[in-house]
Write a protein that binds this ligand. Sequence first.
Ligand code: NAD
Length: 442
Amino acid sequence: MKVSVIGTGYVGLVTGACLADMGNEVMCLDVDEAKIRSLERGIIPIHEPGLDEIVKRNVEAGRLVFTLDAKKAAEFGEVQMIAVGTPPDEDGSADLQYVLAAARNIGRHMPDYRVIVDKSTVPVGTGDRVEAAVREELAKRGADIDFAVVSNPEFLKEGAAVDDCMKPDRIVLGLSDARAEAIMRELYQPFQRNHERTLVMSRRAAELTKYAANAMLATRISFMNDLSRLAEVVGVDIEDVRRGIGSDPRIGYSFLYAGTGYGGSCFPKDVQALMRTADEHGAPLRLLAAVEAVNDDQKTTLVRKAVKRFGALQGRRFAIWGLAFKPNTDDMREAPARSVIEALWAEGASVCAYDPIAADECRRIYGERADLTLAASPLEAVRGADALMIVTEWKEFRSPPFDEIRARLKHPVILDGRNLYEPEAVRRHGLEYHSVGRPAAL
Ligand code: NAD
């Protein structure tokens, strides 16, 4: 099948590469010239395990091509997948300008029947707006061409995007058009050969399902963070509670970790956008307001603990382990590390940070500053620091050389925002250990 993918970010590039790997002919369009030029030279602009090889393999096979030409892309694929960004507008609602621009481009240039698939995360009713935008462009050129607009929200996780795309838990299709359904089922058939995982529903239900999924996951995290404050006060280890409730199959273990809050390009913006949609429709989601408030607070919990431990932070220096919003990605959009670093700066402290792959992204965001050093290794980051703060749970932080850390720190203090260690084990190395939601925490 011929597929055009509009937008070559995390979702578009991964989807395009995986579809090509299944034997489809894929053309990826972007408006970012630098991105397209580097993709043409085989340079992948994002860090995603396994993506390099898939892109390379399919480019070489001629099944995956990149373009800046919107007309060519609209003409190419019978399936047109929109995977552009939907960043938050000033009021928190999803900014649909890129989605609608992509839709208008398709309407302007499509030569015959098209299935227009919205993979971007968009509020309920956006499919109708995409449909209207395409229809308007067709009317302008007096063309009478049939098309269908399908909502096909994306559930991949950054850091495991290729795997998620190749082996999806479910494929949600929001549509009411038999021809489009047949095409979409055919397109996704290779991804679900052992058992069918397609859920067909109304377009509006598919749009809401995506927000509901992210809002639910964010709620679980905020629930545990809220509970962790109580656990600290009553002398309970939140990790015991996590294991105690996670073992209940009705609850499960995923997304039950207390820590420094959720971040990334999806949860914060999707929770906000869903709240705005609910407000607009006069059905405010009260629970989500609390989820967001708990998370905002949680992002700076390590800094508050540091103030309790050290008093004024003016002139102090903190080692930070982990900058990406989660492991296995270089994405720092809304990363808790940014809240921690900025709160430390606001207190007059400086930072020496280490992250296995997000250092360049950090440099791009903050530029050269006297109060920010990027270390080449975890141990280099702690040298001479007043304390170590752990913000992202990279695997390489799980069994660190505690004695060497103690020897390098000015004060033997670890503030762990991800509860990576058994408190007693760390303390045996002569380190003061403060984590989240555990007895004797600051
Ligand atoms: P991204 O910012 O990484 O990439 C978006 C790309 O679209 C950019 O390269 C941009 O230049 C391009 N673009 C913008 N307007 C365009 C246009 N008119 N024509 C062609 N290209 C255009 O975004 P992303 O993280 O891939 O997210 C895309 C959508 O998928 C968002 O709605 C997001 O919420 C959703 N989503 C993201 C993830 C994730 O983990 N990143 C997961 C599921 C869903």
